[in-house]
Design a protein around this ligand. Structure first.
Ligand code: IPE
Ligand code: IPE
Ligand code: MG
Length: 242
């Protein structure tokens, strides 16, 4: 493991890593268990991942926890996920606070129960001044919804003559997204072998490097995350230049 750390270039640490934590259901099924067993085990992988972020001083990490489209899963699946959030959220967010990480939520929270919303708001406030890094949790998140929401807000301001169309540039648009204060994504990791983005951070990842692994999320550990970072560091990023 320490050999692996020697391969890290500390001058080329990604500023913002985003992870599509996929494969919990398949992980459980392979073990003859119900899907929620996989979701529960996935929490350990999150903790491992956040420890690596601290170790390598990765300033921003976004985790795709629950997509807007995930509300369309069968009722039992949605209910078991909500129960998992309800039972573990406080304890989990307290751990994040102890790691001195700031918590930010992106997504449409109004569909969650009042209790879940209250806990989230409480910890956003409580961790506001934490300095070890920023953990952005994508909950009930859809990139298309985010972009539409920004577009409607901007259109309203144009309609009210507070704004001229010529003032709308990339920077301005970005400032209307949930992620307005955060840097672009440098690296997207997706576990479970699926090679798609599934409506995640479409604007923010315009020039992100993509890393796909067959490992199912509950098996994704410290070593796997460090390997992803090493792989990222070998990429030649050009941003359209030569
Ligand atoms: C990711 O695991 C967690 C959520 C989307 C909530 P899945 O639940 O998608 O697991 P698979 O992809 O069915 O194995
Ligand atoms: C993406 O995984 C969402 C999360 C990991 C939270 P899905 O399992 O929902 O994505 P699809 O349906 O396979 O594209
Ligand atoms: Mg999945």
């Amino acid at each position: 493991m320490e050999n692996l750390l020697k391969k890290i270039d500390y001058n080329n640490i990604p500023n913002h890593v985003a992870i599509i934590m996929d494969g919990n259901g398949r992980w459980a099924k392979k073990r003859g268990k119900i899907r929620s067993f996989g979701h529960e085990k996935g929490i350990y992988s999150i903790i491992d991942t956040l420890n690596v972020c601290k170790e390598l001083s990765i300033p921003y990490i976004t985790l795709y926890v629950f997509s807007y489209e995930n509300w369309n899963r069968p009722k039992e699946e949605v209910n078991s996920l909500m129960e998992l959030f309800y039972k573990n959220l406080k304890n989990f967010l307290e751990k994040i606070h102890k790691k001195n990480l700031r918590i930010i939520i992106i997504g449409e929270l109004s569909k969650f129960s009042k209790c879940i919303q209250k806990n989230l708001v409480f910890f956003i406030k409580k961790t506001r001044k934490n300095k070890s890094g920023t953990l952005i949790l994508a909950l009930s998140y859809s990139a298309r919804e985010e972009i539409l929401r920004a577009t409607k807000n901007i259109a309203k301001r144009v309609y009210n003559r507070e704004l001229k169309i010529k003032d709308i540039d990339y920077y301005f648009f970005q400032n209307h997204l949930y992620t307005k204060n955060f840097p672009d994504v440098d690296l997207i990791i997706r576990t479970s072998g699926e090679k798609r983005i599934s409506n995640f951070l479409l604007w923010q990842s315009a020039y992100a490097e993509l890393y796909f692994t067959d490992i199912l999320w509950p098996d994704f550990r410290r070593k796997d995350f460090i390997e992803a970072i090493i792989n990222y560091q070998k990429r030649k990023r050009r941003f359209g230049k030569i």
